[in-house]
Design a protein around this ligand. Structure first.
Ligand code: APR
Length: 322
């Protein structure tokens, strides 16, 4: 078995840690290693599990031809010196379970994981994936004391990708030509914005009728639930892993991409002290800038409803942790 001490590369030494080597965590590790972005430390509470996943991913290198290291561990000390920490530990949704039902289970797991990992990598940027996303991101930020620009949640990239995919399927046009924007919470009250979605620069609202757009918006809102219902014993992981990989890439390679992320608001959109999905410039300093879009009255109301629900859930989560 490859031990956590096995780290022979002196160059290519950028390392990220992924806490939770389940479906999302291990698929993210695969994406990061196979895109040759960074070495990956995979940590899980189950002994042997992350070590097995890591070894399996390493054994693919003869075919995938990358030289990235993937190390499995149960010990936080092995995560020391990570540039990015991703938290994907916790339980996924089951059928008829809302993301909020997960608060009780996942709040403690995420807070502990964030504190343990950041204690070993105090300079790291923290990306939360565990649901309910907006609440978990707030808790991780509050309990680590990291500056807000170094804490974010992955949801908007995933929700936008889902919307882009449904638009592409409907129009029969390559998804490469579709851009879509989704703001707000990662859940039933997310705010897909057709007005800010385009097909190779053409506003979506100019080439698709309102009824069809509404249908696709609704399918996007239920994008995760639709998969949970089909799978029965777990939730989505391929698209979530792709989405978090894009965020990691933009940070580590300082790409300054404009991506919707769950970020800390300090007056933007008239909101304070809350993490919510907004367009962000993601670079080596994390969330480097938040962009405020002009919203119609309807869009603003939907965004505020989203914020209100998150605030209630944050209070609920704080009460659980007390
Ligand atoms: N510390 C470390 N790992 C933990 C802990 C803990 N305290 N508690 C649970 N885990 C691990 C589990 O052992 C498991 O391997 O987290 C992993 C979760 O993996 P899955 O059950 O496969 O769940 P997954 O589909 O990966 O989803 C993880 O991401 O998208 C969200 O809603 C999803 O909250 C869920 C999270």
């Amino acid at each position: 078995m490859i031990s956590a001490n096995y780290f022979p590369l002196t160059c290519n030494s950028t390392r990220i840690s992924i806490i939770g080597a389940g479906k999302v965590g291990s698929t993210t590790a695969q994406r990061i290693a196979e895109k040759n972005i960074a070495n990956v430390i995979l940590l899980d509470i189950i002994e042997g599990w992350p070590q097995g996943i890591a070894l399996d991913l390493m054994q693919a290198r003869g075919v995938e031809h990358h030289d990235r290291e993937i190390i499995g561990t149960n010990n936080y000390d092995d995560t020391a010196g990570s540039e990015i920490v991703v938290i994907a530990a916790g339980m996924p949704r089951k059928p008829n379970m809302s993301r909020n039902d997960l608060i009780k289970i996942n709040a403690k797991i995420v807070v502990e994981a964030a504190k343990e990992a950041i204690a070993r990598s105090p300079q790291a940027i923290l990306i939360i994936v565990t649901n309910p996303l907006d609440v978990m991101t707030y808790l991780a930020w509050e309990n680590t004391g990291l500056p807000p620009n170094r804490v974010m949640g992955m949801a908007g990239v995933l929700d936008s990708s889902r919307f882009q995919n449904f638009i592409a399927m409907e129009l029969g046009i390559s998804v490469a030509d579709i851009k879509a924007t989704v703001l707000g919470s990662h859940g039933d009250l997310m705010v897909p914005l057709p007005r800010y979605s385009t097909v190779n620069g053409i506003p979506l609202t100019d080439i698709m009728d309102t009824e069809t757009i509404e249908h696709l918006v609704e399918r996007t809102r239920n994008g995760g639930a639709e998969i949970v219902k089909l799978m029965q014993t777990g939730s989505a992981y391929f698209a979530p892993a792709s989405a978090v990989s894009v965020m990691i890439e933009s940070i580590l390679l300082n790409q300054s991409r404009l991506l919707p992320c769950c970020a800390y608001l300090q007056g933007e959109y008239g909101l304070e002290d809350i993490f919510l999905g907004v367009p962000c410039r993601l670079g080596c300093r994390g969330v480097e800038k938040i962009f405020e879009l002009d919203l119609t009255d309807m869009e603003r109301i939907a965004f505020m409803d989203s914020a209100e629900l998150i605030r209630q859930n944050i209070e609920e989560a704080k009460a659980i942790l007390r």
